[in-house]
Design a protein around this ligand. Structure first.
Ligand code: GLP
Length: 242
């Protein structure tokens, strides 16, 4: 059963998340972080930058692996996840960019890129994996399906996911049709998982993921099988939890 923390005051949400990540890096300076994109972790990254600027934490020896990246989108595109990570976190802390990993969505051979990413992941144990959740229960870009791929793979995004992410693009037609995502096997191998969920629109799916049946139709529900998961909810996302 996950450790569910419901944060009453909205402004504390990001601070609590940042405290969990920063404490790990303070005690384990060589920590390996699994990082996520999307709107939800932006505040966490903002807080981490602040804690770093206060001189309280260094990321100089940290390694990071991101969950996913759009296929075919130039790395320098404003909506690429590499750009997102550089702008929201990496450019503002002392992490060595060479120690940060985001799948290369521009690789000519995407399957080869997936194998390469998995080889890198097999040499590193992720100490803490930060996750968000999609409205359909996806984690990374592991969409609901009859079966899930445990390894890094190319995925065709569901229309619903492209709609949800169209806010970062001109229109839904500009959202790439495919992405590379870390598989659920790699996510589940992380020592600790921090699942961040905000907003009333996520209340039902997070309740289903944490308390409902474990099913590939809700990929986040697989996290019920992990022994060290913290689910951080704001008041609205936590509406259905006592
Ligand atoms: C994208 C990302 C996911 C993220 C999800 C939710 O699909 N690939 O990793 O969890 O969006 O994003 P948001 O936090 O913006 O709701």
């Amino acid at each position: 059963m996950a450790n569910v923390i419901k944060v009453t005051h909205e402004e504390d949400f990001h601070k609590v998340a940042a405290h969990i990540v920063a404490s790990l890096v303070q005690t384990s300076p060589r920590a390996v972080l699994g990082l996520a994109t999307g709107g939800t972790p932006v505040g966490l990254y903002r807080e981490l930058i602040q804690i770093h600027k206060q001189g309280l934490v260094s990321f100089a020896k940290v390694k990071s692996y991101n969950l996913d990246e759009y296929a075919g989108l130039p790395t320098e595109h404003p909506a690429s996840y590499r750009t997102f990570m550089n702008e929201h976190l990496f450019n503002h802390i002392d992490i060595n960019l060479e120690n940060t990993h985001v799948p290369d969505g521009q690789a000519t051979d995407l399957d080869a890129e997936c194998r390469l990413y998995d080889e890198m992941l097999s040499e590193a144990v992720i100490d803490l994996q930060v996750l968000g959740i999609g409205h359909n229960g996806h984690i990374g870009f592991n969409e609901p399906a009859d079966s899930l791929n445990p390894a890094t793979h190319v995925v065709t995004l569901l229309e619903q996911t492209r709609e949800a992410n169209s806010r970062y693009f001109g229109s839904v037609d500009d959202v790439p049709a495919q992405a590379i995502t870390m598989g659920v096997g790699s996510i589940m191998k992380a020592r600790q998982i921090l699942l961040l969920v905000r907003g009333a629109d996520k209340a039902e799916i997070i309740h289903r993921a944490v308390t409902g049946p474990i099913t590939t139709q809700c990929p986040a529900s697989l996290l019920q099988l992990h022994s060290n998961v913290t689910v951080l909810l704001d008041a609205e996302a936590g509406r259905l939890f006592q």
